[in-house]
Design a protein around this ligand. Sequence first.
Ligand code: UTP
Length: 279
Amino acid sequence: MIKKCLFPVAGYGTRFLPATKAMPKEILPIVNKPLVQYGVEEASEAGISEFGFVTGRGKRAIEDHFDISYELEHQIAGSGKEDLLTSIRDLINNNTFAFTRQNEMKGLGHAILTGRNLIGDSPFAVILADDFCVAEDGDDGVLAQMVKLYKQFRCSIVAIEEVPEDQTHKYGVIKGEAMKDGLYRITDMVEKPAPEDAPSNLAIIGRYILTPDIFEILERTPAGKNGEVQITDALLEQARTGCVLAYQFRGRRFDCGSIDGFVEATNHVYEHIYKAGKK
Ligand code: UTP
């Protein structure tokens, strides 16, 4: 039912300079796998098989990562290293990958609108690869949890988590009516509020399921906070005229757009996934 996932990956990743001068932030590895591959695997586990990327200048490495590298494969054929390519080969063989470019960085809302041609007229998922999510042992991933909810409610859904009050200025923050444990119907949303203006401490993180009417709303959404077209503004219109749910997911999120979060994620994956031989 949700078959497509959009990855807006056009941002400059300035917080990681100089690492991101000639390399996309989304290709930075958590241990031995690029951030963006974890995102694609999470979506794939949620039943998604068509991937669209909104890229920008200097992001060619993402396209190359989701394509076959014949020279490399030839070089390591028959050696013990072939297994290291299994996870990415499986993704390439079982899914489709399409790319379009955002020519100007006009914000996340604009990036999602730019991906319209890759999505069409069906509900779709959005993953911000720099929000790296890890499921609890044996549990569904965050996007799989959201897809299940979508089947029940058939409206846009954003993933949320509680953040400390002094961090609200980094996120879209919601106000909502509790429906059941961890599920809210959104009544208001503010983009990057100062703590005194924040309607709660429930912050939107980089997982969305969006119904396709979001594109028409985005077309008429003016630039908002920081002069960027904000997905939060478009979602607020959807919430006021229809319904948008906010879901407090199970699992753990690392903010890999920041150095601290990236290092925490690296330590976590090394200890709990890589050394444990889980993937
Ligand atoms: P960020 O706010 O993290 O920006 O964007 P950034 O450029 O990636 O990183 P910094 O702040 O300079 O270090 C959130 C997400 O939205 C995408 C980014 O690629 C990232 O996944 N984005 C943002 C776009 O694709 N286009 C935009 O115009 C803005």
